[in-house]
Design a binder for this molecule. Structure first.
Ligand SMILES: [Zn+2]
Length: 427
């Protein structure tokens, strides 16, 4: 389909970007043409355009107005002057995380907070609103896409952030003492001291996953110890023989390694050197990153994948979209080359933030997957230490039950490399 976008500097790049994502989502082949007379569909703010967008929205963006309170006065859609929904601009605002740009609503780690978000305000954290915009747009008679796209089952991007491997001896040990189980304490000590750190459980995780026909990605920290009063990196040395052997066994398998970018000031290139194994993707430790600044660093490092875009304190869609995508670069007006696979569900959200237990996590994950069963990639994170006996033993049960649920519901796993291949598109 030949598409013409009005040559207006306020929105030309933004509209091309979001319409390309829409076309990719709906599997329509498009080309952008320079003259309206060559087009089958035109987009702009003028009377003659077949899809109309709100010029004011883009002018406000160019003037540095990013807050959702400005753009979404009454409803969760950007509206045209006649009150109809501007689906393209709404999707652009959400997918591109515009609400986070220069936001002061950040926590002590500098992370954008759910409490101040668009999603909290409209109670939409579990709503794939961008997909709703795309589906509504595809119903417009001018697009005549009423047949729609038949989506297959959603896939699961499963991952493990390797923050701690030595914590077992103290934390599991203390747990057994609290429960007056000296026999278990002995077993914790023997396992950790004679065999290997119990939380260096890569082989155990891979075995559990392979039984459900699943694979996953392990994100490794290359820096150890405290960063400052509040932040710590890992409790292991990335050059430890047992750690190296775990990384190598992953490299040789269908599972994948990734960098867990530490909270230290090291650049990506320094950390990737320290990791000493080739990886394509990253996740920021503590999910501590700012898309406006840190997406550029992922791009500059030559990485092709990231899965950090989630709220630590709440499950759901941080950009209201259920598929991996190429983020928009506001400096260049183009898409970044890497693929962002937003993070939807994390064990510590339940344990540390919501103060809920492992069965709440299990139930919430199943509910979320059931709600978004078709056409999405749902990203689920279990830290390695939550897949262990003793202190976190409820979570290993939840993990096992979820693998069984994924298997029985035909929600297959998808890897970083597969996502890069499948979700990269030219425009
Ligand atoms: Zn971490």
């Amino acid at each position: 389909m030949k598409i013409f976008v009005e040559n207006n500097p306020n929105y030309l790049n933004e509209v091309k970007y979001i319409f390309s994502l829409f076309a990719f989502n709906k599997k329509i082949a498009i080309t952008f043409v320079e003259a309206i007379s060559d087009s089958e569909l035109s987009i702009g703010h003028l009377e003659h355009n077949s899809i109309k967008i709100d010029l004011n929205f883009y002018v406000n963006l160019k003037n540095g107005m990013y807050d959702h309170m400005i753009h979404f006065k009454k409803s969760s859609f950007i509206e045209l002057a006649d009150g109809t929904h501007d689906y393209l601009s709404t999707a652009f605002y959400l997918v591109s995380c515009v609400q986070e740009i220069r936001s002061k609503a950040v926590d002590k780690f500098g992370r954008f907070q759910y409490a101040s978000s668009f999603q909290k305000r409209f109670d939409l954290i579990e709503t794939n609103l961008v997909q709703i915009c795309f589906d509504s747009l595809s119903q417009l008679p001018i697009l005549s896409l009423n047949s729609g796209v038949v989506n297959g089952n959603s896939r699961i991007f499963l991952s493990h952030d390797m923050d701690s491997i030595h914590g077992s001896i103290m934390q599991d040990g203390f747990f057994t003492l609290k429960k007056f189980r000296p026999d278990q304490l002995l077993s914790v000590l023997i396992k950790n001291l004679i065999d290997k750190p119990s939380w260096l459980n890569v082989d155990r995780i891979m075995k559990m996953e392979s039984e459900a026909d699943f694979t996953s990605t392990f994100f490794w920290l290359v820096n150890k110890g405290k960063v400052d009063e509040r932040l710590s990196n890992s409790d292991y040395n990335i050059n430890d023989v047992k750690v190296r052997s775990a990384i190598e066994s992953i490299s040789k398998s269908k599972w994948e390694n990734g960098l867990h970018k530490s909270a230290s000031d090291d650049s990506f290139s320094v950390e990737l050197d320290k990791l000493k194994t080739k990886v394509v993707g990253n996740r920021y430790h503590y999910l501590k990153f700012n898309p406006e600044v840190d997406f550029q660093k992922i791009e500059d490092a030559g990485l092709l994948f990231d899965s950090s875009l989630g709220f630590a304190e709440r499950s759901g869609f941080r950009n209201c979209y259920g598929q991996p995508y190429r983020p928009f670069n506001f400096k260049t007006g183009k898409a970044y080359n890497f693929i962002e696979c937003p993070l939807n569900i994390m064990d510590t959200t339940f344990h540390n933030y919501l103060k809920l237990n492992s069965s709440d996590l299990e139930k919430a994950t199943i509910d979320f997957c059931e709600k978004h069963k078709k056409g999405n990639v749902l990203s689920v994170l279990f830290h390695n230490n939550y897949i262990s006996d003793f202190k976190y033993k409820g979570y290993i049960t939840a993990f096992r039950n979820l693998l069984k649920y994924f298997y029985e519901s035909d929600l297959k796993s998808i890897s970083q490399s597969e996502i890069i291949k499948e979700y990269y598109y030219e425009y």
